[in-house]
Design a protein around this ligand. Structure first.
Ligand code: NAP
Length: 307
Protein backbone atom coordinates (compact mmCIF):
# COMPACT_ATOMS: atom_id res chain seq x y z
CA UNK A 1 0.00 0.00 0.00
CA UNK A 2 1.11 3.53 -0.71
CA UNK A 3 1.56 5.72 2.35
CA UNK A 4 2.36 9.40 2.96
CA UNK A 5 4.42 10.53 5.91
CA UNK A 6 3.59 13.91 7.43
CA UNK A 7 6.00 15.93 9.62
CA UNK A 8 9.50 14.90 8.59
CA UNK A 9 11.34 15.55 11.85
CA UNK A 10 13.22 13.51 14.42
CA UNK A 11 10.95 10.49 14.83
CA UNK A 12 10.01 10.31 11.15
CA UNK A 13 13.67 10.12 10.14
CA UNK A 14 14.84 7.92 13.04
CA UNK A 15 12.04 5.34 12.94
CA UNK A 16 9.18 5.77 10.44
CA UNK A 17 11.23 6.02 7.25
CA UNK A 18 13.36 2.90 8.01
CA UNK A 19 10.32 0.93 9.24
CA UNK A 20 8.38 1.67 6.03
CA UNK A 21 11.46 0.94 3.88
CA UNK A 22 11.86 -2.43 5.59
CA UNK A 23 8.21 -3.44 5.26
CA UNK A 24 6.73 -5.58 2.51
CA UNK A 25 3.31 -3.98 3.20
CA UNK A 26 4.20 -0.35 2.55
CA UNK A 27 5.72 1.98 0.00
CA UNK A 28 6.53 5.55 0.99
CA UNK A 29 4.91 7.49 -1.85
CA UNK A 30 4.94 11.08 -0.56
CA UNK A 31 6.05 13.31 2.30
CA UNK A 32 4.40 16.45 3.61
CA UNK A 33 6.60 18.78 5.61
CA UNK A 34 7.46 22.46 5.56
CA UNK A 35 11.21 21.75 5.67
CA UNK A 36 11.92 18.01 5.77
CA UNK A 37 12.09 15.63 2.80
CA UNK A 38 13.11 12.01 2.15
CA UNK A 39 15.49 11.29 -0.74
CA UNK A 40 13.72 9.95 -3.82
CA UNK A 41 10.20 10.53 -2.45
CA UNK A 42 7.75 13.09 -3.84
CA UNK A 43 7.70 16.00 -1.39
CA UNK A 44 4.82 18.36 -0.63
CA UNK A 45 4.74 21.30 1.77
CA UNK A 46 0.94 21.61 1.74
CA UNK A 47 -1.16 18.74 3.06
CA UNK A 48 -4.33 19.62 1.14
CA UNK A 49 -2.41 19.74 -2.13
CA UNK A 50 -0.97 16.27 -1.46
CA UNK A 51 -4.42 14.87 -0.71
CA UNK A 52 -5.79 16.36 -3.94
CA UNK A 53 -2.80 15.43 -6.10
CA UNK A 54 -2.41 11.84 -4.87
CA UNK A 55 -5.82 10.15 -4.54
CA UNK A 56 -3.94 6.85 -4.98
CA UNK A 57 -2.36 7.28 -1.53
CA UNK A 58 -5.01 5.87 0.81
CA UNK A 59 -3.05 5.98 4.09
CA UNK A 60 -1.27 8.79 5.93
CA UNK A 61 0.98 8.55 8.95
CA UNK A 62 1.19 11.69 11.09
CA UNK A 63 4.53 12.30 12.85
CA UNK A 64 3.86 15.87 13.91
CA UNK A 65 3.91 17.09 17.50
CA UNK A 66 0.51 16.61 19.19
CA UNK A 67 -0.91 20.14 18.97
CA UNK A 68 -1.04 20.49 15.16
CA UNK A 69 -2.03 16.84 14.70
CA UNK A 70 -5.83 17.10 15.00
CA UNK A 71 -6.27 19.43 12.01
CA UNK A 72 -4.18 17.15 9.81
CA UNK A 73 -5.96 14.01 11.01
CA UNK A 74 -9.43 15.50 10.52
CA UNK A 75 -8.53 16.74 7.03
CA UNK A 76 -7.18 13.33 6.07
CA UNK A 77 -10.23 11.47 7.38
CA UNK A 78 -12.62 13.86 5.60
CA UNK A 79 -10.64 13.11 2.44
CA UNK A 80 -11.34 9.40 3.00
CA UNK A 81 -7.82 8.43 4.07
CA UNK A 82 -6.84 5.93 6.74
CA UNK A 83 -4.77 7.58 9.48
CA UNK A 84 -1.95 6.45 11.75
CA UNK A 85 -1.18 8.74 14.70
CA UNK A 86 2.13 9.08 16.55
CA UNK A 87 1.80 9.13 20.32
CA UNK A 88 0.09 10.89 22.00
CA UNK A 89 -2.85 10.64 19.57
CA UNK A 90 -3.80 14.29 20.11
CA UNK A 91 -3.35 17.28 22.36
CA UNK A 92 -6.61 16.57 24.25
CA UNK A 93 -8.90 13.62 24.88
CA UNK A 94 -11.80 15.48 23.28
CA UNK A 95 -9.86 15.81 20.03
CA UNK A 96 -9.21 12.08 20.02
CA UNK A 97 -12.89 11.26 20.60
CA UNK A 98 -13.83 13.65 17.80
CA UNK A 99 -11.39 11.86 15.47
CA UNK A 100 -12.88 8.49 16.38
CA UNK A 101 -16.37 9.73 15.55
CA UNK A 102 -15.12 11.21 12.30
CA UNK A 103 -13.32 8.01 11.32
CA UNK A 104 -16.47 5.97 11.96
CA UNK A 105 -18.55 8.40 9.91
CA UNK A 106 -16.11 8.23 6.99
CA UNK A 107 -15.52 4.47 7.36
CA UNK A 108 -11.76 4.76 7.52
CA UNK A 109 -9.19 3.17 9.83
CA UNK A 110 -7.65 5.15 12.66
CA UNK A 111 -4.73 3.92 14.75
CA UNK A 112 -3.47 5.56 17.95
CA UNK A 113 0.00 4.04 18.07
CA UNK A 114 1.86 3.48 21.33
CA UNK A 115 5.35 2.49 20.23
CA UNK A 116 6.53 1.44 23.70
CA UNK A 117 3.80 -1.21 23.81
CA UNK A 118 5.64 -2.86 20.93
CA UNK A 119 8.88 -3.22 22.93
CA UNK A 120 10.20 -6.79 22.87
CA UNK A 121 9.29 -7.86 26.40
CA UNK A 122 5.89 -6.24 26.82
CA UNK A 123 3.87 -9.33 25.74
CA UNK A 124 5.97 -11.56 28.05
CA UNK A 125 5.51 -9.16 30.96
CA UNK A 126 1.76 -9.08 30.37
CA UNK A 127 1.60 -12.88 30.26
CA UNK A 128 3.71 -13.22 33.43
CA UNK A 129 1.56 -10.76 35.41
CA UNK A 130 -1.74 -12.39 34.40
CA UNK A 131 -3.29 -14.19 37.36
CA UNK A 132 -0.70 -12.99 39.89
CA UNK A 133 -1.49 -10.76 42.87
CA UNK A 134 0.21 -7.40 42.50
CA UNK A 135 1.64 -5.87 45.69
CA UNK A 136 3.55 -2.92 44.28
CA UNK A 137 4.32 -1.39 40.90
CA UNK A 138 6.93 1.32 40.50
CA UNK A 139 7.59 3.25 37.30
CA UNK A 140 10.94 5.04 37.15
CA UNK A 141 11.27 7.01 33.91
CA UNK A 142 14.20 9.39 33.90
CA UNK A 143 16.13 10.84 30.98
CA UNK A 144 17.91 13.98 29.86
CA UNK A 145 15.58 16.21 27.83
CA UNK A 146 18.58 18.07 26.42
CA UNK A 147 19.86 14.82 24.91
CA UNK A 148 16.56 13.32 23.71
CA UNK A 149 14.69 16.46 22.58
CA UNK A 150 17.41 19.02 21.84
CA UNK A 151 15.86 22.42 21.16
CA UNK A 152 12.31 21.02 20.74
CA UNK A 153 10.50 23.89 22.43
CA UNK A 154 7.08 22.42 21.63
CA UNK A 155 7.51 19.92 24.49
CA UNK A 156 7.35 22.87 26.91
CA UNK A 157 4.48 24.64 25.12
CA UNK A 158 0.86 24.00 26.19
CA UNK A 159 -0.16 20.60 24.85
CA UNK A 160 3.45 19.43 24.56
CA UNK A 161 3.06 17.36 27.76
CA UNK A 162 6.55 18.08 29.15
CA UNK A 163 7.85 15.10 31.09
CA UNK A 164 4.69 13.20 30.16
CA UNK A 165 5.90 13.09 26.54
CA UNK A 166 8.22 10.21 27.59
CA UNK A 167 6.14 9.41 30.70
CA UNK A 168 3.15 8.46 28.55
CA UNK A 169 5.32 5.71 27.05
CA UNK A 170 5.66 4.18 30.52
CA UNK A 171 1.91 4.52 31.06
CA UNK A 172 1.23 2.87 27.70
CA UNK A 173 3.18 -0.17 28.91
CA UNK A 174 1.58 -0.18 32.38
CA UNK A 175 -1.93 -0.03 30.93
CA UNK A 176 -1.05 -2.89 28.58
CA UNK A 177 0.56 -5.29 31.07
CA UNK A 178 -1.56 -4.79 34.19
CA UNK A 179 -4.56 -7.12 34.37
CA UNK A 180 -6.53 -4.58 36.47
CA UNK A 181 -7.47 -1.01 35.61
CA UNK A 182 -5.85 1.73 37.70
CA UNK A 183 -6.64 5.40 38.10
CA UNK A 184 -4.64 8.36 39.26
CA UNK A 185 -5.27 9.66 42.79
CA UNK A 186 -2.43 12.10 43.37
CA UNK A 187 0.33 13.87 41.45
CA UNK A 188 3.01 16.50 41.94
CA UNK A 189 4.02 18.35 38.81
CA UNK A 190 7.27 20.33 38.73
CA UNK A 191 6.91 23.27 36.35
CA UNK A 192 10.03 25.28 35.47
CA UNK A 193 9.27 28.93 36.30
CA UNK A 194 9.55 29.90 32.61
CA UNK A 195 7.70 26.94 31.01
CA UNK A 196 4.11 25.75 30.49
CA UNK A 197 4.60 22.00 31.03
CA UNK A 198 6.24 20.02 33.85
CA UNK A 199 9.84 18.81 33.74
CA UNK A 200 9.30 16.21 36.47
CA UNK A 201 6.33 14.50 38.10
CA UNK A 202 5.40 11.96 40.72
CA UNK A 203 2.09 10.12 40.44
CA UNK A 204 0.17 7.73 42.66
CA UNK A 205 -2.59 5.44 41.39
CA UNK A 206 -5.51 3.54 42.90
CA UNK A 207 -5.30 -0.20 42.29
CA UNK A 208 -8.41 -2.33 42.92
CA UNK A 209 -6.37 -4.96 44.78
CA UNK A 210 -4.75 -2.38 47.06
CA UNK A 211 -1.31 -2.53 45.42
CA UNK A 212 0.90 0.54 45.74
CA UNK A 213 1.29 1.94 42.22
CA UNK A 214 3.53 4.95 41.68
CA UNK A 215 5.44 6.70 38.90
CA UNK A 216 8.51 8.87 39.26
CA UNK A 217 9.28 10.81 36.08
CA UNK A 218 12.20 13.17 35.59
CA UNK A 219 13.62 14.97 32.56
CA UNK A 220 16.83 16.22 34.17
CA UNK A 221 18.54 12.86 34.63
CA UNK A 222 22.08 13.12 33.27
CA UNK A 223 23.74 10.24 31.45
CA UNK A 224 22.16 6.84 30.86
CA UNK A 225 18.37 7.00 30.89
CA UNK A 226 16.35 4.88 33.31
CA UNK A 227 13.16 3.50 31.73
CA UNK A 228 12.11 0.89 34.29
CA UNK A 229 8.91 -0.70 35.55
CA UNK A 230 9.13 -2.97 38.58
CA UNK A 231 6.17 -5.12 39.61
CA UNK A 232 6.28 -6.93 42.95
CA UNK A 233 3.79 -9.79 43.13
CA UNK A 234 3.06 -12.62 45.57
CA UNK A 235 4.97 -14.92 43.18
CA UNK A 236 8.09 -12.87 42.54
CA UNK A 237 9.31 -9.58 41.16
CA UNK A 238 9.25 -8.60 37.51
CA UNK A 239 11.62 -5.91 36.27
CA UNK A 240 11.17 -4.38 32.83
CA UNK A 241 14.16 -2.25 31.88
CA UNK A 242 15.21 -0.26 28.86
CA UNK A 243 11.64 0.82 28.05
CA UNK A 244 10.39 -2.77 27.85
CA UNK A 245 13.40 -4.13 25.96
CA UNK A 246 14.74 -6.25 28.84
CA UNK A 247 12.85 -8.37 31.36
CA UNK A 248 13.99 -10.20 34.47
CA UNK A 249 11.98 -12.16 37.02
CA UNK A 250 13.67 -12.40 40.42
CA UNK A 251 16.92 -11.51 38.68
CA UNK A 252 16.60 -14.21 35.97
CA UNK A 253 16.68 -12.77 32.46
CA UNK A 254 13.83 -13.65 30.09
CA UNK A 255 15.03 -15.18 26.82
CA UNK A 256 14.84 -13.34 23.52
CA UNK A 257 11.54 -13.70 21.70
CA UNK A 258 11.40 -14.60 18.03
CA UNK A 259 9.50 -12.51 15.52
CA UNK A 260 9.61 -9.19 13.75
CA UNK A 261 12.19 -7.00 15.51
CA UNK A 262 11.55 -3.41 16.47
CA UNK A 263 8.78 -1.24 17.81
CA UNK A 264 8.05 0.70 14.62
CA UNK A 265 8.07 -2.28 12.22
CA UNK A 266 5.45 -3.84 14.52
CA UNK A 267 3.36 -0.66 14.46
CA UNK A 268 3.38 -0.59 10.67
CA UNK A 269 2.50 -4.29 10.48
CA UNK A 270 -0.47 -3.60 12.76
CA UNK A 271 -1.54 -0.62 10.67
CA UNK A 272 -1.53 -2.86 7.59
CA UNK A 273 -3.82 -5.33 9.41
CA UNK A 274 -6.08 -2.53 10.63
CA UNK A 275 -6.53 -1.13 7.13
CA UNK A 276 -7.22 -4.62 5.77
CA UNK A 277 -9.93 -5.13 8.43
CA UNK A 278 -11.26 -1.57 8.26
CA UNK A 279 -10.73 -1.27 12.02
CA UNK A 280 -10.25 1.54 14.53
CA UNK A 281 -7.71 1.13 17.35
CA UNK A 282 -7.81 4.11 19.68
CA UNK A 283 -6.94 3.03 23.20
CA UNK A 284 -6.76 6.34 25.04
CA UNK A 285 -5.99 4.95 28.51
CA UNK A 286 -2.35 6.19 28.68
CA UNK A 287 -3.51 9.68 27.76
CA UNK A 288 -6.37 9.57 30.28
CA UNK A 289 -3.88 9.13 33.12
CA UNK A 290 -1.84 12.07 31.86
CA UNK A 291 -4.94 14.26 31.60
CA UNK A 292 -5.86 13.20 35.16
CA UNK A 293 -2.39 14.21 36.37
CA UNK A 294 -2.92 17.67 34.90
CA UNK A 295 -6.42 17.83 36.45
CA UNK A 296 -5.49 16.59 39.90
CA UNK A 297 -1.78 17.38 40.16
CA UNK A 298 -0.32 19.85 42.62
CA UNK A 299 1.82 22.45 40.84
CA UNK A 300 5.30 23.03 42.21
CA UNK A 301 7.41 25.77 40.62
CA UNK A 302 11.06 24.82 40.09
CA UNK A 303 14.01 26.77 38.60
CA UNK A 304 13.66 28.03 35.04
CA UNK A 305 14.78 25.68 32.27
CA UNK A 306 16.99 26.71 29.36
CA UNK A 307 18.49 24.47 26.74
P1 NAP B 1 9.89 17.20 15.82
O1 NAP B 1 11.08 16.64 15.13
O2 NAP B 1 10.08 18.44 16.66
O3 NAP B 1 8.70 17.52 14.81
C1 NAP B 1 8.35 16.71 13.72
C2 NAP B 1 8.04 17.58 12.52
O4 NAP B 1 6.73 18.09 12.62
C3 NAP B 1 8.92 18.80 12.40
O5 NAP B 1 10.15 18.48 11.82
C4 NAP B 1 8.09 19.74 11.58
O6 NAP B 1 8.37 19.50 10.21
C5 NAP B 1 6.66 19.31 11.88
N1 NAP B 1 6.01 20.31 12.72
C6 NAP B 1 6.41 20.76 13.93
N2 NAP B 1 5.55 21.66 14.41
C7 NAP B 1 4.58 21.81 13.46
C8 NAP B 1 3.43 22.60 13.37
N3 NAP B 1 3.07 23.44 14.35
N4 NAP B 1 2.65 22.46 12.28
C9 NAP B 1 2.99 21.62 11.28
N5 NAP B 1 4.10 20.85 11.32
C10 NAP B 1 4.88 20.93 12.40
O7 NAP B 1 9.19 16.12 16.75
P2 NAP B 1 9.50 14.56 16.92
O8 NAP B 1 10.52 14.39 17.98
O9 NAP B 1 9.69 13.92 15.62
O10 NAP B 1 8.11 14.13 17.58
C11 NAP B 1 6.91 14.08 16.83
C12 NAP B 1 5.95 13.16 17.55
O11 NAP B 1 6.56 11.88 17.68
C13 NAP B 1 5.62 13.62 18.97
O12 NAP B 1 4.27 13.40 19.26
C14 NAP B 1 6.50 12.74 19.85
O13 NAP B 1 5.93 12.49 21.12
C15 NAP B 1 6.57 11.47 19.02
N6 NAP B 1 7.77 10.66 19.29
C16 NAP B 1 9.00 11.26 19.32
C17 NAP B 1 10.11 10.50 19.64
C18 NAP B 1 11.50 11.10 19.70
O14 NAP B 1 12.45 10.40 20.11
N7 NAP B 1 11.71 12.33 19.30
C19 NAP B 1 9.98 9.14 19.93
C20 NAP B 1 8.72 8.55 19.81
C21 NAP B 1 7.62 9.34 19.50
P3 NAP B 1 8.46 20.71 9.17
O15 NAP B 1 9.06 21.88 9.87
O16 NAP B 1 9.29 20.17 8.05
O17 NAP B 1 7.02 20.97 8.77
Amino acid sequence: MLIALVGIGKIAVDQHVPAIAGSADWELAATVSRHGTVDGVEAFTDFGKMLDARPDIRVVSLCLPPVPRYDYAAQAIRAGRHVMLEKPPGATLSECHALMDLARAHRVSLYATWHSRQADKVPAAKAWLAGKTLRKLTVTWKEDVRHWHPGQDWVFDPGGLGIFDPGINALSIVTEILPDPIHLTEAQLHFPANRDTPIAATCRFYHPGGAEVTANLDWLEPGTPVWNIEAVTDEGTLLLENGGGKMTVDGQQHDAMPGLAGEYPRLYAQMADLVAEGGIDMDLSPMRHVADAFTLGRRVVVPAFEW
